[in-house]
Design a protein around this ligand. Structure first.
Ligand code: ATP
Length: 462
């Protein structure tokens, strides 16, 4: 496709994903020019349309392209001259730049000013907001004032006045907003409202799973250029109080190292590592009883099914993978068995819905975001240190999945009863402390909705 007065000077590549502009027809932003050598002082423009946010027409032969710079992750612009029809060019580019995206325009933004050790607002203002502004999207911003404020705002807001909710904070704020949707009388419909996260907290597992990006500007771009996607939740019933979880329920050394180190918050992320090392030295005891509706406990079978999905996964028009639970070879009612285990020597009980619980912790490597199941990982404490050290050496890549020390289940539901050992332990749901009493979790397949790129939530190789 050609757009320049001169042949081949301004054109889109064959699959219409990249724009090429000859150096004679473009004025690049100063930050880009200053990083070029003298020889490259005026380079050609090669712009992936994924990064294009807006086009302003200057006159019949010139436009300004506004885009997110892939290298600096800042919004920038350049002027393109010598077009044969600037108006036609603008319309064509915008159509291509937003092809297949959700097209939503009204975003309700909740910022936890204390998120990420007080950095969340700065992250929004300096990195994410410019991307939304450049794309001319409407952002209605509210700062949370206290714990559970976001939950009550989301529980009471008129959802017709917005297209999507964005949390700027960590997994804790996201958990609150999710439960705000769950608290509503119209929750079955409310869960269709996309809930997104700009990473502004200490733990930002949701945005990493959804976008595979960690930079807030890149995550903002993925949200803007995304599609509506559903993801599994689990309902969590503790003495009749229902909550919803998107990430994990855990008990044992990881839970204690996380929530049990609240007094070390000033250390940031390092506090959990220190908490873990202290416990590794102290060797505490955890005990529990778990009753599960198990779909599979065979890791070879899981790996095979996962690799099959990985091979077959194609993006359907909804942005999800076409191979849902109904197509899983080992998932049918007849396969479900009830398993009860009394664990007197527990180190880790971890139930999860997304592969990553943090960008460098792929705890559930065979987890698929919409397989309708909960993955459960259990590590026993006999021996104590070797399995834990081995797990932490391999958890970044997910290779711990092959460890003989690990028991791994795919379940539809489970009931968890912590057994009192006399010591103070914690139970953690989505990174938040919950009462230390029995609870029941049930998979809620595809109940959550978010905006993520087609590449987001992708199946990863094993
Ligand atoms: N204004 C506020 N004041 C106090 N607490 C708040 C406020 N807004 C949100 N919270 C709560 O703070 C907790 C942590 O929030 P969030 O996950 O956004 O940040 P974080 O930096 O990742 O936190 P954490 O260190 O717990 O991982 C959540 O439980 C959230 O409900």
């Amino acid at each position: 496709m050609q757009f320049g007065i001169k042949t081949n000077s301004i054109r889109l590549d064959e699959d219409e994903r990249t724009l090429y502009v000859d150096k004679a027809c473009v004025v690049l932003p100063s930050d880009l020019r200053s990083c070029c050598s003298l020889k490259e002082l005026k380079p050609d423009l090669l712009l992936s349309l994924k990064y294009l946010l807006r086009v302003d027409v200057v006159d019949s032969q010139a436009v300004i392209l506004h885009y997110l710079s892939q290298s600096s992750r800042k919004c920038t612009h350049c002027t393109v001259y010598s077009l044969n029809n600037a108006y036609g060019f603008e319309q064509y580019l915008m159509k291509r730049a937003y092809a297949g995206t959700h097209g939503l325009k009204r975003f309700f933004v909740l910022i936890n000013p204390f998120g990420g050790q007080g950095k969340a607002n700065k992250i929004w203002q300096q990195m994410a907001s410019p991307v939304f502004q450049t794309a001319h999207l409407e952002c209605n911003i509210v700062f949370t004032e206290y714990r559970n404020h976001a939950r009550s705002i989301v529980a009471n807001i008129d959802l017709k006045s917005l297209d999507a909710i964005i949390c700027v904070g960590g997994d804790g704020l996201f958990h609150e907003c999710l439960n705000g949707l769950g608290d509503r009388k119209d929750n079955a419909v409310a869960f269709n409202t996309p809930l997104c996260m700009i990473p502004g907290g200490t733990g930002n597992a949701f945005s990493y799973n959804a976008t595979q990006e960690t930079h807030p500007a890149s995550v903002a771009l993925e949200i803007i250029k995304g599609v509506k996607k559903s993801f599994d939740l689990m309902s969590f019933d503790q003495k009749g109080d229902i909550s919803y979880s998107f990430l994990s329920a855990n008990y044992g050394i990881i839970a204690d190292s996380d929530v049990g180190t609240d007094n070390l918050r000033f250390m940031g992320e390092n506090r959990t590592i220190l908490g873990f090392l202290i416990r590794l030295f102290q060797k505490p005891t955890w005990k529990c009883k778990v009753e599960m509706e198990v779909v599979s406990s065979d890791r070879n079978e899981m790996r095979k099914a996962y690799l099959q999905r990985l091979q077959q996964a194609t993006i359907n028009k909804n942005g999800g993978t076409t191979d849902r639970i109904v197509n899983m070879p080992w998932y049918n009612e007849g396969n479900i068995s009830r398993v009860t285990i009394d664990i007197q020597d527990l180190s880790v009980f971890y139930a999860g819905l997304l592969p990553y619980v943090a960008a460098d912790m792929r705890v559930f490597p065979v987890c698929d975001i919409d397989d309708g199941l909960i993955d459960v990982a259990i590590i026993r404490s006999n021996p104590f240190r070797r399995p834990l050290l081995s797990m932490f050496m391999h958890i970044e890549t997910g290779e711990h999945f092959n460890s003989d020390f690990l028991s791994y289940y795919k379940v539809r539901s489970f009931r968890f009863t912590p057994i009192d050992t006399g010591a103070h332990h914690y139970f953690v749901l989505d990174g938040e402390e919950y009462p230390f009493v029995p609870f029941e979790c049930r998979a809620a397949p595809g109940l959550g909705t978010t905006l993520a790129s087609q590449a987001g939530f992708k199946l990863l190789s094993l």
